[in-house]
Design a protein around this ligand. Structure first.
Ligand code: SF4
Length: 283
């Protein structure tokens, strides 16, 4: 379906204060056939929200589009309301571009850009590709944060429209990964290798969860892998926090890390030191 004939839905709640706003059932009225068409064409997508002013989702100040839909079930996920695509607002790609256009000059002045985040953006890979290409076409720096599982859905040409991939590597080892996320690690690693072969810039993001992702084998495994790629500009060690706890509770989900405290500053510093010892830049 050409973009101009994409179904039009009003999206009055597109902008949110933060991705930690709980949002559910915003797209449940969209007929199943329109959902299928949207996914196939990318003319419409489902977004938890747009946020602005972020300084932690890529270089400089970012406008961030948060997609809904994720097949992973990370035990520490901060935004489980983004797992279900129909929790998001249906938004045409034209509308999303219109919103971004308002900020394009400011983003350039502040050396910032546009970040596509989720959920998992590549659950809606046609929509993601259109948004990223559209932003790039405006001269705006583009970043996508992804778990990498569906990286093979993007063509090489589409990868070129992404200035920076922020790749979440959740843990190390096939069994550990399955227990933590419910999914295989290999597609993520394959995507990382492909980005390395294409020399696309990558930041690795790693959530440090005491008792879950902080053992030496995990840290040294990820560090060795990332250092061997040659295109990892930095590793971001993100201390686990409990800001998403209320979402798990409100959604009636079994939150197995409800009693886990955030890591201490010393523990985060020790994790960074492991990455630095492998020759990586880590924060
Ligand atoms: S990949 Fe991201 S959005 Fe999906 S469950 Fe894991 S942390 Fe949550």
């Amino acid at each position: 379906m050409p973009e101009h004939s994409a179904p039009q839905y009003t999206a009055p709640l597109l902008w949110a204060r933060s991705p930690y706003d709980l949002r559910i059932n915003l797209g449940t009225d969209v007929p199943e056939t329109d959902v299928r068409t949207a996914l196939a064409t990318g003319d419409m997508g489902f977004l938890h929200s747009f946020t602005t002013g972020s300084t932690v989702d890529g270089p400089g100040v970012r406008v961030v589009a948060w997609t809904t839909g994720c097949t992973w079930r990370c035990r520490y996920c901060h935004n489980p309301d983004t797992w279900t695509m129909s929790n998001g607002l249906p938004v045409s790609v034209g509308r999303a571009m219109e919103e971004l256009r308002k900020y394009r000059h400011g983003l350039k002045v502040m050396d910032g850009g546009f970040t596509l985040n989720g959920g998992e953006p590549l659950m809606q890979h046609r929509f993601a590709a259109k948004l990223l290409a559209g932003a790039k076409g405006m001269g705006v720096h583009t970043t996508m944060e992804t778990n990498g599982f569906y990286g093979d859905r993007l063509s090489d040409a589409e990868l070129e429209t992404i200035d920076l991939v922020m790749l979440g590597i959740k843990t190390w080892g096939a069994e550990r990964h399955r227990q933590l996320t419910g999914m295989d690690i290999e597609p993520t690693l394959a995507f990382a290798r492909r980005l390395a072969a294409k020399r696309r810039p990558v930041w690795v993001r790693f959530v440090l969860v005491p008792g879950l992702t902080d053992d030496a084998e995990v840290l040294s495994g990820i560090a060795g892998f990332a250092a061997g790629l040659g295109n990892v500009e930095r590793v971001e060690v993100l201390p686990f926090h409990q800001m998403g706890k209320f979402k798990w509770e409100r959604l009636g989900l079994d939150y197995t890390v409800r009693d886990v405290a955030p890591p201490t500053e010393e523990a985060a510093a020790r994790a960074c030191a492991v990455f630095r010892a492998a020759g990586l830049t880590a924060y």
